[in-house]
Design a binder for this molecule. Structure first.
Ligand code: GH3
Ligand code: MG
Ligand code: MG
Ligand code: MG
Length: 313
């Protein structure tokens, strides 16, 4: 069949961080040891349709809650039973994933010395109670907005909206640790478009870029939502198949390879097709990240040497 090239906006509709659409409300996690305070903050923020509030009373649960809820901003109480906000902020900041999440203190503590200490220890802002509903919402929205923009720059490839190189590697590391803990398998594949220089030379770089967007979109559509798709470099892509044995991943990739080779990319009045080659390697077969990546790379080169448009392992 003939598929038109993806218009520029198509890949942008996918938020590679969480598969959320971009207009989703800002997510704020509120940690306070008082149920009354939590209820009043929730009530203050509920009228704002672009804010989604989640509350937490128990500080030791904060990292789990953050992992589950994936907040865009954290509102943090200062004095809590058994610990204070400073300690919580320190623990959060030690975690690379959360090193730049906005932490906003919201407390009745008005001492300037305490405020200074809080800002020195990873706090982004310091609000004192009582506070107007609007002021609180404005600060939450402003911080969350900035963080989302920043996060996008850090982890997202701008041409395709896929995870970038750095983020892809971090996610692979994380996925391997998880697989080790759960005694499960995972598969890692690297894909490279065949004779892409010829595409650029024949149709121009703009069309080349469209093909890159098209394959990005195709890959996202053909793997599970939980799987990871990244753009590793120019016309090289990575797929991390979670909880998947290498044989199954290789079979899936081969199906995808065939389907992709049948897509016709429009150009002027005609069309052309493009193929890719892929190398795949599996955990626990290769227990370290470096070995796993090297094995997939070698398999990719073998696929290229073997004539391209094929999947090797
Ligand atoms: P092979 O089958 O061996 O992979 O051949 P190839 O032509 O694809 O060779 P190679 O992978 O070495 O070349 C990739 C080319 O992709 C080189 C570069 O000009 C082009 N390229 C890399 N990034 C982009 C991009 O973002 N947009 C476009 N249009 N071209 C790119
Ligand atoms: Mg308190
Ligand atoms: Mg290449
Ligand atoms: Mg290539």
């Amino acid at each position: 069949f003939v598929a038109p090239l993806q218009p520029a906006g198509v890949a942008d509709a996918l938020d590679p961080l969480s598969f959320r659409v971009k207009e989703e409300p800002y997510r704020v996690l509120v940690l306070d040891d008082s149920a009354t305070v939590l209820a009043s903050i929730r009530k203050a923020l509920i009228p704002f349709s672009n804010i989604h509030v989640e509350t937490l009373r128990h500080a030791p649960r904060v990292l789990d809650a953050m992992e589950e809820f994936s907040p865009d901003v954290l509102l943090l109480d200062f004095h809590m039973e058994g610990c204070n906000g400073l300690e919580v902020a320190k623990i959060i900041r030690q975690n690379r994933v959360w090193e730049s999440i906005p932490i906003v203190y919201l407390t009745a503590e008005t001492s300037e010395a305490v405020q200074l200490e809080a800002m020195r220890n990873g706090g982004d802002d310091y609000l004192t109670k009582p506070i107007s509903q609007t002021h609180l919402a404005n600060v939450v929205i402003a911080k969350a907005e900035r963080y989302r923009g920043l996060r996008r720059l850090m982890v997202e490839d701008s041409l395709t909206g896929l995870y970038n190189h750095v983020r892809t590697k971090a996610l692979l590391q994380q996925a391997m640790l998880m697989a080790e803990r759960q005694h499960s398998a995972l598969s890692y594949a690297i894909l490279d478009i065949d004779h892409f220089k010829t595409v650029n030379d024949t149709y121009g770089h703009m069309v080349g870029d469209q093909v890159i967007r098209a394959i990005a979109h195709f890959l996202k559509q053909h793997v599970r939502r939980a799987d990871v798709v990244g753009r590793y470099g120019g016309e090289e892509f990575v797929v991390i198949f979670l909880d998947t044995q290498m044989e199954a991943a290789a079979a899936k990739l081969d199906e995808m390879r065939m389907a992709f080779s049948n897509i016709q990319h429009a150009f002027d009045d005609g069309h052309f097709s493009v193929t890719f080659s892929a190398g795949v390697a599996g955990y626990p077969g290769y227990p370290s990240m470096a070995e796993l990546m090297a094995a997939a790379d070698e398999a990719l080169y073998a696929a290229k040497r073997g004539g391209r448009n094929r999947v090797m392992r």
